[in-house]
Design a protein around this ligand. Structure first.
Ligand code: NAD
Length: 324
């Protein structure tokens, strides 16, 4: 059984992925400093508490197990905070990864799966964003992720380190078991905030911008279920371990849903007619962000299986029975 180091797996997407890794016959070992994650999310898995930017901590974990690959979910993720505090983002998301990659190489680990983001693309220049779309991130968060992708290209050429960079669009929903789910603080993601509002945990909901050039004037986004993303990781890892080539995939459902449509669907599914107010556009919110995931379908056989209704149903189930 191959050991896989999964950094940041006590968080939202990582905790869903370790379950699928284990189901797929891998042995995941988790490293997380619990700055944002939840120990309950990875109950029953081998867990090391520590900071991946700390070389001594990495050395300790890499000496303890023989790892076939590293999956890296850990990052600072709130876009607004990245504008106010870019130093923290570049330290954790970029400089920390340099420490991680050089330490991996010292242990002859040359397979890396990286949580990248649609934020590397910036303002879209096409209706559907594929892997050839230009990368002009418009905030420090997106730049911190793109810099890692550039570093990975150079590390492949110079040291033969093969990576899969997975650019997620809007991760959403929760595991069907009800045992794990999305729990960020503060919660900035649309569907998670909406189900919290429906549950009476947020005081009303604000839609930013109703004058976008879209059919109903609100922004359009691509929501992809967290378990579909988790499955893409297992598929990408298998390809990375079997073939010697670095990979880049844009991961979304390929369907755009407007914010107004998502609000209405949450109200319908939850039966809660919460208050919705309208406010001006926020800076840096493109009108439409929708993935073209053809490459992941063709190369990995990956196909998202959850539609918007099912995504919201699983998010609502978690919100009303959450464990952490
Ligand atoms: N959630 C989304 O919609 C989305 C979209 C695109 C990209 N991403 C990327 O996917 C990854 C996972 O996102 P998430 O929503 O699961 O985030 P999350 O905050 O739920 O999980 C991140 C985990 O990393 C841990 N962590 C952070 N810094 C660490 C450090 N220095 N050492 C050890 N552990 C550390 C946190 O404690 C947390 O458990 C992130 O890299 C994020 O940028 C997320």
């Amino acid at each position: 059984m191959k050991n896989i180091l999964v950094i940041g797996a006590a968080g939202y997407i990582g905790s869903h992925t370790v379950r699928q890794l284990a189901a797929g016959g891998y042995h995941p070992v988790i490293l997380d400093n619990l700055s944002k994650g939840h120990k309950e999310a990875v109950a029953g898995f081998d867990f090391e508490q520590g900071d991946f930017t700390d070389k001594a901590c990495l050395e300790r974990v890499l000496q303890k197990y023989d790892f076939a690959a590293v999956m890296h979910f850990a990052a600072c993720t709130e876009v607004d905070r990245s504008v106010k505090d870019p130093a923290t983002f570049y330290q954790n998301n970029t400089a920390g990864v340099l420490t991680l990659l050089t330490t991996m190489l010292a242990h002859n680990i040359k397979r890396f799966v990286f949580s990248s983001s649609a934020a590397i693309f910036g303002e879209p220049q096409a209706d559907l964003i594929n892997e050839n779309h230009p990368t002009h991130p418009i905030n420090p968060y997106g730049r911190s992720k793109l810099m890692v992708e550039k570093m990975l290209e150079d590390f492949d050429l110079a040291y033969g380190l093969k990576s899969a960079a997975l650019r997620y669009f809007n991760a959403s929903g929760s595991d069907e078991s009800g045992e794990i789910g999305e729990s960020h603080s503060p919660e900035t993601h649309l569907i998670a905030r909406l189900v919290q509002t429906a549950a009476g945990k947020q005081n009303g909901f604000t839609v930013f911008g109703t004058d976008y050039p879209t059919p109903d004037g609100t922004c359009i986004r691509d929501f992809v279920h967290v378990n579909d993303l988790a499955r893409a990781h297992v598929l990408a890892l298998a390809k990375l371990l079997n073939e010697s080539a670095s990979l880049r995939f844009n991961l979304g459902s390929g369907n755009g849903h407007s914010v107004a449509e998502v609000v209405a669907t949450v109200q319908k599914i939850t039966g809660q007619d919460f208050k919705v107010t309208h406010a001006p556009r926020r800076a840096g919110d493109p009108a439409r962000l929708v993935a073209d995931s053809t490459r992941a379908k063709e190369m990995l056989g990956w196909q998202p299986t959850y539609d918007l209704t099912r995504i919201i149903q699983t998010a609502w189930q978690w919100e009303t029975h959450r464990k952490y």
